[in-house]
Design a protein around this ligand. Structure first.
Ligand code: PLP
Length: 438
């Protein structure tokens, strides 16, 4: 476990200096003294100075089954030596093995995949298909959403920092986020009658052409700060979306492949069967792959041709299939539920002890802490959140940050951690919270 980070040595200094010199400054690093990662194994990461960290952020929710999990890397290595690339002009065993498995684990009749390299591309493909499949161009997304880095995905995104110059969101309307802790309608659940969900109908009537191509949302809003809707929210929205001719797209880039526990996809927690699912991030445990999965009928409505040169690459396909196999073999959907629930209980105890924690939310291995200066006013504690990140790092724990106000701690360990790992993280969080100076 890391102690105080040792004084910055020339090795990490050199990496940080070159990073600043040769990479775009818009791509920021965490921490006052950026952590130069050297190697990793399962739930641990080591920096270049040899400090060991328990990793409860896993890239950015990308490490689903542990860093460099040998059950995944061994298959990647074998595939690299066998067939590394063909393009999709030739079918291969790896791509069909993955697509067949995706058809089995997705809900409803989703059985046709388009494979890409990222969540952004997965969402692009979903919106493109939805606009081709129906007669409307209009799309409804959610405020506080993050959907990716392309122009269209930035248009779907609804946080100013990610929507600077050049974002064109013609044909995209943003509905209220089901953000109960900071209700956009200043109401209280359940007396609110889930008014934010019902408002989607008025938005379609007033902010679109009156019918929609699609509604796209994350089952739990990730970058938005693990905003978790009330249980009825998506059922109500689904009905409205169908009444106005739209497809329901579930962006599972963060929630996908078991993160919320018990189910493969987050939307299944809300008992809604989507028309399209998009996923990426942890689906291949850090190997770049994205997927847009839909029904045979909808896939057939794609007009013209499409291709992704690297999408469905044999190596990335083998990686994603290996991840699914590990989750099945090791019963990790159940582990994410059980250990995630245990971890949640301990986080609730921390909330009792530390008044800085205003809200604990999330599901399974996706838990958020919203930090506030005052539980009454809910003033966002952004500086304290940064301090907690730094203290936790010094004490040997890596955690993430999110939320419109940069005051939400995101905790997303691999699905295969144990209760002992959860206890270790809680101990460090407790100590780090006590060390915060306001
Ligand atoms: C919910 C969601 N959708 C889409 C994306 C975009 O994925 P990528 O960065 O792989 O393009 C992200 C990335 O954080 C995300 O969180």
């Amino acid at each position: 476990m890391a102690t105080q980070p040792k004084s910055t040595t020339s090795r990490s200094e050199e990496v940080v200096r070159k990073h600043r010199e040769y990479l775009w400054p818009a791509v920021t690093n965490y921490y006052r003294e950026p952590l130069v990662a050297d190697h990793a194994s399962m739930q641990y990461v080591w920096d270049i100075e040899g400090n060991k960290y328990l990793d409860f952020f896993g890239g950015i929710l990308t490490i689903g089954v542990g860093h460099c999990n040998p059950k995944v890397t061994s298959k990647i290595k074998a595939q690299v030596d066998k067939l590394q690339h063909t393009s999709t002009l030739y079918p291969n065993e790896a791509i069909v093995a993955l697509a067949e498995k995706l058809a089995q684990i997705t809900p409803g009749r989703l059985q046709k995949s388009f494979l890409t390299n990222s969540g952004t591309e997965a969402n692009e493909a979903a919106i493109l298909l939805a606009r081709m499949a129906g007669s409307s161009y209009d799309v409804v997304a959610l405020r506080h959403a993050y959907s990716g880095g392309s122009t269209l995905a930035k248009g779907l995104t609804a946080q100013a920092a990610w929507r600077k110059s050049g974002v064109i969101s013609v044909g995209i309307a943003h509905a209220l986020s089901p953000y109960c802790y900071r209700c956009p309608l200043s109401l209280k659940y359940p007396d609110c009658g889930v008014a934010c969900a019902n408002d989607v109908e008025n938005l379609i009537q007033t902010g679109t052409s009156g019918s929609i191509a699609a509604f796209l949302a994350e089952p739990i809003q990730g970058v938005g700060g693990f905003i978790t809707p009330p249980p009825e929210y998506f059922k109500i929205v689904f009905r409205i979306v169908k009444d106005y001719g739209g497809l329901f797209i579930s962006d599972e880039v963060q929630t996908g492949f078991g993160r919320t526990g018990k189910k493969w996809f987050g939307i299944e927690q809300w008992e809604v069967t989507p028309d399209i699912i998009t996923c990426a991030k942890s689906m291949a445990n850090g190997v770049p792959v994205g997927a847009t999965i839909t029904t045979a009928e909808l896939a057939a409505k794609f007009q013209g041709l499409t291709i992704s040169t690297f999408g469905g690459n044999p190596v990335t396909s083998v990686a994603a299939r290996a991840v699914i196999d590990v989750i099945e073999e090791e019963n990790l959907l159940e582990n994410a539920h059980t250990v995630g629930g245990y971890f949640r209980g301990k986080l609730e105890e921390l909330k009792e002890k530390h008044c800085l924690i205003g809200d604990v939310r999330g599901m399974g291995m996706m838990q958020g802490l919203e930090l506030v200066r005052d539980r009454q006013t809910k003033e966002p504690a952004a500086a304290e959140t940064t301090q907690l990140m730094e203290r936790a790092r010094s004490n040997g724990l890596l955690i993430g940050k999110g939320g419109l106000y940069a005051n939400v701690i995101r905790l997303a360990p691999p699905l295969n951690i144990s209760k002992a790992d959860a206890d270790a993280a809680i101990l460090i969080l407790d100590r780090s919270l006590s060390e915060i100076r306001t």
